[in-house]
Design a protein around this ligand. Structure first.
Ligand SMILES: [Zn+2]
Length: 161
């Protein structure tokens, strides 16, 4: 099928590309893009731009655009001094070996050490004989440091911002 000269959304087909099945297109934004001919003519989710269409849509929704999301995240970090989302999820780091975030075993001393990272600072919570004590210290610190931030952020989310 010769698609040369045909228009698909923002893409105008300039002619067949070197690769079989591919065509060279010019997008209305000025970019050249090689596209599989069948992805222009298919009925389900056909390609309609060089990718600029999708990124504009992302900017409009405030979702899908990495730049916008990281700007939001930076704004949150500035206001809270930390990432509230990370506090809310409180996901265990893959490097963690003790099963509790911020609790580490000091292999030299055999003691458990508890830390808490908050507002770019590492807070040392102490060194403990047992894992349970270290976890308790960490949980106590989470209540003190994290709870106000989480509460403030959840209230903000509830208001839809
Ligand atoms: Zn484009």
């Amino acid at each position: 099928m010769n698609l040369t000269g045909r228009r698909f959304g923002r893409l105008t087909v300039l002619g067949p590309a070197a690769e079989p099945g591919m065509v060279l297109c010019r997008c209305d934004c000025g970019k050249l893009k090689k596209v599989r001919a069948s992805s222009l003519t298919r009925t389900s989710k056909p390609v309609r731009s060089c990718g600029c269409l999708r990124s504009e849509a992302g900017r409009r929704n405030g979702t899908g655009s990495i730049r916008q999301n990281s700007a939001n995240m930076l704004d949150l970090c500035r206001r809270y001094g930390t990432q509230p989302g990370r506090l809310i999820n409180n996901k265990l780091s893959s490097r963690n070996r003790t099963g509790h975030t911020g609790v580490f075993l000091n292999e030299k001393t055999g003691k458990y050490i508890a830390f808490l990272w908050f507002q770019r600072r590492r807070h040392y919570l102490g060194s403990f004989r047992t894992y349970q004590e270290a976890v308790a210290a960490r949980e106590e610190a989470e209540r003190i440091y994290f709870a106000p931030v989480i509460a403030a952020r959840k209230a903000e989310l509830a208001q839809g911002s």
